[in-house]
Design a protein around this ligand. Structure first.
Ligand code: KG4
Ligand code: ZN
Length: 337
């Protein structure tokens, strides 16, 4: 079965064709980073309009890469939420109308389920059950994943998501958008420890996170005096140490509590090198290991949506036949069944 995946929840347009027998046949992503850069963040209306422009050319590219035609598509999966309402509606109406035209089933998919299952697309995939650490621009969650569709929320951020904290702190340090990768790059030339930042909720005894105080602590340090380039790098390095220390400690605690040795990391912050180092080391210590999606599938893409949709369809999920549809800008993952 060949499933077309459509992703348009935020500032990336993703299209992919996944074959349940042969794997990923083609995928392409257009990122709007350059367009939103001038505004210092995502402008929702511009995002929606750009998704409209990109979808058909991306579809053509993916079909060519896959050596397939539209008639080869057996089903379509698209991100129905969570995300920006207008951006989601572009992908939803594109997917629903293409499905109607082709006479194939169409399935709305939860964006985070896509991220969560994305490590299963790798050659070396984990088996169920596992603990998943979801770290994106909008979410920081630890979940116990028993199988496709069975997600138990173990803990999450009470305020800012990890990616959001990276982005906001990067802004404070005068770095461009998107801040996460820029801050991580600056941190490489800095020395952690010279500035002392808190490790929020490290010893809270539960699996909750809080990152908004960290941003304020950086702001206080930045206001104390004019920062040199070296100061900024040291502050970035300490910030990255603080966030990754808490993320790694809680992810390992979740694995221990549930006696699971496989940890899956998904979402944009999963691309962070320091986070990976820490998780690998900490999981090795308890005889476990960490599974990551391919680096290019860490950030938003259509492949993870095609894959999640295909798994749902294999499980017998009832698809739409095209027609009425709605998107869910807010959609808790544990409402899925
Ligand atoms: O999953 P994603 O592409 O989009 C959603 O939020 O759904 O995640 C984007 C987030 C942004 O906050 C970005 O700054 C962060 O992931 N990010 C990183 C890195 N690469 C992306 N944060 C830290 N280090 C990175 N290398
Ligand atoms: Zn995402």
């Amino acid at each position: 079965m060949k499933v077309l995946g459509i992703e348009s929840s935020c500032d990336e347009t993703g299209v992919a064709l996944y074959d349940t027998e042969r794997g990923l046949l083609g995928h392409a992503v257009h990122t709007q980073v350059a367009m939103h850069e001038a505004y210092g963040g995502v402008v929702p209306e511009l995002a929606s309009r750009d998704h409209i422009r990109r979808l058909i050319p991306l579809l053509e590219r993916v079909l060519a890469e896959a050596g397939s035609t539209r008639q080869d598509i057996d089903a379509i999966a698209y991100t129905a939420g969570p995300g920006l309402a207008g951006a989601l509606l572009v992908g939803a109406s594109f997917a629903e109308s293409l499905a109607l035209a082709l006479g194939v089933p169409v399935l709305p998919v939860h964006h985070l389920e896509g991220h969560l299952l994305s490590p299963l697309l790798a050659d070396d995939a984990p088996s169920f059950p596992f603990i998943a650490l979801l770290v994106s621009g909008g979410h920081t969650q630890l979940m116990r994943v028993a199988r496709v569709g069975d997600y138990q929320l173990l803990g999450e951020s009470l305020d800012d998501a990890a990616g959001e904290a990276f982005d906001k702190t990067a802004k404070l340090l005068g770095l461009g958008y998107p801040g996460g990768p820029a801050l991580a790059k600056l941190a490489e030339s800095g020395k952690p420890g010279r500035y002392k930042l808190p490790r929020p909720m490290l010893n809270s005894g539960d699996l909750s996170f809080s990152f908004s105080g960290l941003k304020t602590a950086v702001l206080t340090a930045a206001r104390a005096r004019e920062l040199s380039e070296a100061d900024r790098a040291d502050l970035a390095a300490e910030f990255q140490e603080a966030v990754t220390e808490v993320l790694a400690a809680k992810a390992v605690a979740a694995c221990r509590q549930h006696r699971l040795s496989s940890l899956v990391v998904a979402g944009g912050v999963g691309a962070n090198r320091r986070l990976r180092e820490r998780l690998d080391a900490a999981m090795a210590k308890i005889g476990g290991r960490v599974f990551y999606p391919e680096l290019e599938l860490c950030t938003d893409n259509g492949a993870m949506i095609a894959f999640a949709g295909s798994q749902r369809l294999l499980q017998g999920a009832a698809p739409d036949r095209g027609g009425a549809f709605a998107v869910r800008p807010r959609w808790p993952l544990d409402e899925l069944s």
